[in-house]
Ligand binder design. Sequence first.
Ligand code: ZN
Length: 475
Amino acid sequence: MVELPDKQAAFMEWYLAVVEEAHLTDKRYPVKGANVWTPYGLKARLQLDAVLIREIEATGSEAAEFPALIPATEFSKEKEHIKGFDAQVYWVTKGGVADLDVPLVLRPTSETAIYPVFALWVRSHRDLPLNIYQIVNTFRYETKTTRPFLRVREIHFFEEHTCQADEAAATERVRSNRAAFAKMARAFALPYLAIRRPDWDKFPGAFYSIALDIPIGGARTLQIGSIHHYRENFSRPYGIRYETVDGEQRYAHQTTFGLSERLLGAIVAVHGDAKGVVFPSAIAPFQVVVIPIPASDAGDAPLAVSTDVADRLRRRGLRVRLDAGEERPGSKYYRWELAGVPLRLEVGAREAKQRSVTTADRLGRKGTVPLDRLETEVERLLAEYDDALRARAQAEFSAAFSVARSLEELPGSTTVRLIAWCGNEECGHRIETAIDGSLLGTPEDPLPFLTEPIGGCIACGEKSTARWAVAARPL
Ligand code: ZN
């Protein structure tokens, strides 16, 4: 058995150890930041992707896939975009032994791969809205320390790209994306803030950016996704135009919505504890593990009942693992707790005789379920487990924020800070210097746990334009 580092005292050491010990990834691949998806980690990721696919398709988005290689000529069409990504791009400059006439970029994000084709697809108002998403690998030459799932160079990436008739329709698409993410986050039991980034920190080329941020490891934050309104910033250079009902030519207004494997890292980081990973049931590779407990006087009964229990739950559509190996039950409990399985069912001599199973969920709650009500009771226990996980995460989320009333209160903070900000960029930079981090921007929704009245901007004192903003040191 491995002793995990303390989550509160040494968050990142704890995180790295949990990811390693639970076999979610193998980071020994000889390219830094390009990790191997292990069978167990991939199972979790596929469940996570299934939630993203279900919720985005419910909003009328369709899957497509665009090539990974982007000609330099297309990549450089939008000036802010190329400036923002230049330092992170992998270049392909040779085909075999010959230098390529036009070098190719390995996509860091896919605007410049998709939009030349959108220009061909969008001709008439009848082609709109065009809502397309893809789940692909993207590549960024990350110079900071890489961390499994949180900061990698080969990224498992979800990206939606849309074309809308006008600015209002694009704003509506942003709203629809936010609603879809709220449902995804509920499945992952992840509380988050939707924060409008300040202008100097928006996505390169965007009109505005809304980031989806969570507090992580105390005073830090992690951006787990983003939604952008592009207006006509990309449709103009890429020529994405359509004919209106009246025969006019207009540029489309565009939006994007991006998520990545960071979501998996966030789930591990937020829910995990001293025993290891804690998966919400929506993405747990196995939602239930069934463990027969051999006894000398019970013969085959524990294994026979366990097999039957596993079969019945699988027929119900649950992801179940029957662990009938040679290991002692205590070692199995330890291993499956480390792996984050939501619900453990134990079948020993007593249970076999009484036609019941003993239950233990990953939050430590125990009980007994009669076999004649097995399916409905297991489903009820999983739903209660998810509710409890959500409540625990919400309580920790609320406790991760505190109000700061002056710049002097910002350094060395052990929480994410809420501050009054006038919206002025110069004040914003003074706040960033004071916290040695970022002014993440202004939350899109009221914070239910924030009841204090707002004061003047903590940098300049201005009252009339002050809004709540979030300042932190992003991970
Ligand atoms: Zn100010």
